[in-house]
Design a protein around this ligand. Structure first.
Ligand code: ATP
Ligand code: FE
Length: 349
């Protein structure tokens, strides 16, 4: 099966061609510079950029794969969740191609794409535990099958990536905040400021990161001299914050693994999302996995962050278990992985 994948649910326009598990091409056209002046992704600008770039992106993916549309067997597209203007653009593009070439069309849940990535890059058997940690998401899932996900818990407010970005702003560090904080924290003393570990006292896998931001803000204001932060104070705060995130993710991962371990002989914890790039977080998760007798898997970063290879692969995984979508496939701004959400736009479903 040779599948064309299309992804446009946030601020990356992406297209990829997969033949089974072989990635023939994976093109990601970012929009960072378009949104830089606004301090966040502007949905209207994102939607326009997707509409403009989707054609080019698909053409480039086919070119890099060295094949034509006549050699494609199916089209897969992110149908949600995400910024609706972008999702609609992608779905329209995919429908156009599917209709013109009489190809089956598969609407894929973006989160399923992330959650299935470990099976694209590694030989992981179901069920496995998945931690999605990015700028927009934070949740623990058990993947029981290509379409069956059990959500164990997630953030009740900010995602960790969002917290890294906001705290980088508070500390006058550049964006994206994750790498900047990780670098800065390297010179800091994580023990100096005892920041809160929200929800650790509560059962289950729910998490909270917005209180951490407030705690850092207070501490920063107390340390500021003439509106500036000493270099060492800044590093210590960054390190203290990072340590708090590690502790929360590690403890919740320990609980999540306890739910998985009885279900399988080869327990595996997989991490995806931009925050998985953080070495201190990886080390914390590595330790928890080892204690539980589990293996930690972090797919390569370009496949952990938004891309279309994961969308094509999700369709390939799901094909034996589901029918293609019709031309009434609708774009969904919200689409929880473990349930059916009502469609908000378009007809049908
Ligand atoms: P989503 O894919 O959920 O819609 P997104 O596009 O923001 O959201 P990603 O591209 O997966 O998510 O990840 C970007 C986030 O990862 C940013 O918030 C960034 O700060 C964070 N990040 C990147 N590198 C690191 C790092 N080394 N440590 C911590 N966070 C990091
Ligand atoms: Fe994503």
């Amino acid at each position: 099966q040779t599948v064309l994948g299309i992804e446009s649910s946030c601020d990356d326009t992406a297209a990829a061609v997969l033949r089974g598990r072989e990635i023939l091409s994976s093109v990601v056209l970012g929009q960072t510079e378009l949104h830089a002046a606004f301090g966040g992704v502007v949905p209207e600008i994102a939607a326009r950029a997707h509409a403009e770039k989707l054609d080019i992106c698909v053409a480039q993916a086919l070119h890099e794969a060295g094949i034509g549309l006549d050699q494609i067997d199916a089209v897969a597209v992110t149908a949600g969740p995400g910024l609706i203007g972008g999702v609609v653009s992608g779905v329209m593009c995919a429908k156009g191609i599917a209709m013109a070439r009489h190809l089956p069309l598969y609407g894929v849940n973006h989160l399923a794409g992330h959650a299935l990535t470990p099976r694209l890059t590694d030989d992981v058997a179901y069920p496995y535990l998945m931690l999605l940690v990015s700028g927009g998401h934070c949740q623990f899932l058990i993947a029981h099958g290509p379409e069956r996900f059990e959500r164990l818990g997630g953030t009740i407010d900010d995602a960790p990536g969002e917290a890294f970005d906001k705290i980088a702003r508070l500390l006058a560090l550049p964006q994206p905040g994750g790498p900047a904080i990780e670098r800065c924290a390297g010179d800091g003393d994580a023990e100096r400021f005892r920041l809160p570990r929200p929800l650790l006292d509560r059962d289950g896998c729910d998490m909270s990161f917005s209180g951490l931001k407030t705690a850092v803000l207070r501490q920063r204001d107390a340390l500021m001299i003439d509106g500036a932060l000493r270099v060492q104070d800044r590093a210590d705060l960054a390190a203290g914050f990072q340590a708090a995130v590690v502790d929360v993710l590690a403890e919740k991962a320990r609980r999540a693994l306890a739910s998985l371990v009885p279900l399988t002989e080869t327990p595996t914890l997989c991490v995806a999302g931009g925050v998985a790039a953080n070495m201190t977080i990886r080390a914390g998760l590595e330790q928890v996995a080892a204690e539980a007798g589990a293996t930690l898997i972090c797919p390569p970063l370009p496949l952990c962050t938004d891309n279309a290879a994961m969308i094509a692969f999700a369709a390939i995984e799901q094909m034996p278990h589901r029918a293609p979508d019709g031309m009434d496939l609708s774009a969904r701004p919200r689409w929880p992985l473990d349930g059916k959400a009502p469609a908000m736009l378009g007809s049908g479903k």
